[in-house]
Design a protein around this ligand. Sequence first.
Ligand code: BTN
Length: 257
Amino acid sequence: MRWPAEAIWEQVAPGLPGFTVEILPQIDSTNTELMRRARAGQTDPVLLVAERQTAGRGRLGRSWHSDTSGGHATLAFSLGLALDPVDWSGLSLAVGLSLANSLHPQLQLKWPNDIWLAGRKLAGILIETTQVGTQRYAVVGVGINIEAVPADGLRTPPAALVELLPAATPASVLGQVAAPLVRDVLAFAQQTFAPLRAAFAQRDLLLGREVECSDGSTGTACGVDVDGALLVHTARGPLTIRSAEVSVRPATPTDSL
Ligand code: BTN
């Protein structure tokens, strides 16, 4: 596959000294690799792309399918950079918004960090951070299903970007999203989530829907606050969900609404 590494580098490097783009045929997980490197003191900004991950990781300890063999093209990459945001909360929402804005107006965002298409999950984001000396290093991992991937027993089979953009390939999608993502993550560090709240609301999949949270609470999702926390109206009153450890799902399948 021909990856647009040079074009991305040319767009990003002037604003991010030391930035490199690295494409690997195979790795366990691009997130795991960048966290390993950071712990070994390597904190230069990098975009690490893997054609195949053997141990891709999702949120909440789940695994992430990203084996491109057998015709299931996926895009898997991680952006690693030292980051010192005014406030970390809302970063995953800012990342999802950046990707959706780069890809298509029809894509929706499911709090806190999934991109959905037509009632099914299309892409996931896994953000991890570690302290290196006086700096905080962030690894922003992104997995996008370009072609249909195996459902692997999921309640709702994943969506594929080719349903919306038939000519999409992992390389073309990387070329579309990478430079704007770096720009938007750097902007987030300066501005926080607040200026992005209205744009998030436009794509908010859960807005006005009945939701079930993994902590057992249920209610109606009412958008996100200025910090990116999910607001849920429950029978017992308003609830603000901040924890990334809580998963939320629509109480009814979104394609039946
Ligand atoms: C989720 O939806 O739970 C998050 C999925 C994140 C997957 C990406 S693929 C690139 C990067 N490397 C990983 O191991 N995970 C992220």
